[in-house]
Design a protein around this ligand. Structure first.
Ligand code: NAD
Length: 300
């Protein structure tokens, strides 16, 4: 299939690489030339704009930081909607608010295109392994048509309901993630301060009732899990500013629904404190450093 892929960051690049690997032909665009180069070396074609990425393709996929970027990439003068043919589907895998997803879907529909929200979870490891979970907001027919394409990038492809419900699932999941990561960091720092070896403590948590992804796969204590960002100075992974954005999406949606989000609001403040100290680009598990009296949040 000929695909336009826009947004080749920590997640988008490995997702696009997996599409190339199974034989799809990709037009790729990103503002970061370095990210584009990696894809071109793998066989993709670099194009100068989102409009060019969407020209003469059967599907467009976007993987961008936030709703403002998706809106700009779709509706800008050199945007996707300026180049796309009628009937071509747009799949947005960025994490954005459900209301924006529904607005963009309505806009695309007016132009004769379908817009599907298909955010993901599984982190950069899942993106590299082609093992992401896709949360799809679309009609059942639309969902069934895109499953084979998404299967090249993910293992668990779930139909959540109509447009926007993929994003609802995603922001609820990340509300849990933001809270559990803060909880695991708090417990690991406490255990360390009280004198237990961090790996022993993590081993206990991971076979006890405290077990969760934030502890057994992505533990924030350096050295506990060799493949986690904590063991490489919190580089790569899922940026603190992206987690802050997602908790903002959750608390805003909660406010609109008049639904309490006590833990989400507190977690949002913790990541905001990280960001304010200059750690916005570090992996979100660097929240560990907020609890370590002897660690600078951003080492100089
Ligand atoms: P990232 O910041 O690493 O990548 C975003 C990419 O978009 C960058 O390469 C940037 O240059 C590009 N970009 C920004 N504006 C652009 C524009 N106008 N035109 C073209 N390219 C543009 O982010 P990421 O970690 O890949 O995350 C992408 C999305 O996926 C976010 O919404 C995030 O919340 C979500 N997500 C991330 C993870 C993770 O573990 N990193 C996991 C699940 C979901």
């Amino acid at each position: 299939m000929k695909i336009g892929f826009i947004g080749l960051g920590n997640m988008g690049a490995p997702m696009a690489l997996n599409l190339v690997k199974v034989g799809h032909t990709l037009n790729v665009f990103d503002l970061n030339a370095e990210a584009v180069r990696t894809l071109v070396e793998a066989g993709a074609r670099a194009v100068p704009s989102p409009r060019a990425a969407a020209t003469d393709v059967e599907c467009v996929i976007t993987m961008l930081p936030a709703a403002a970027h998706v809106r700009q990439v779709l509706t800008g003068d050199e945007g996707v909607l300026a180049g796309i043919a009628d009937g071509v589907r747009i799949i947005d895998s960025s994490t954005i608010d459900p209301a924006s997803a529904r607005q963009l879907a309505a806009l695309c529909e007016k132009r004769g295109n379908t817009f599907v929200d298909a955010p993901v979870s599984g982190g950069t490891g899942g993106a590299i392994a082609g093992a992401l979970t896709f949360m799809v907001g679309a009609s059942k027919d639309e969902y069934e048509e895109i499953v084979p394409l998404l299967a090249a990038m993910g293992k668990n492809i779930v139909h959540c309901g109509e447009t926007g419900t993929g994003q609802v699932a995603k922001i609820c999941n990340n509300l849990v993630l933001g809270v559990t990561m803060a909880g695991v960091a708090e417990a690991m720092a406490l255990g360390d301060a009280l004198g237990i070896d961090a790996s022993v403590l993590a081993g206990i948590i991971n076979t006890s009732t405290g077990r969760c992804w934030s502890s057994d796969t992505y533990n924030p204590f350096p050295g506990v899990i060799g493949t986690a960002p904590a063991s490489r100075g919190y580089t790569g992974g899922f940026g603190t500013d992206l987690m802050l954005k997602d908790l903002g999406l959750a608390t805003d949606a909660a406010k609109a629904a008049r639904q309490p989000a006590f833990m989400g609001a507190l977690a949002q403040q913790l990541y905001q404190a990280m960001s304010a100290r200059g750690a916005g680009r570090l992996d979100f598990s660097a929240i560990m450093r907020l609890y370590q009296a002897d660690a600078n949040v951003v080492p100089g």
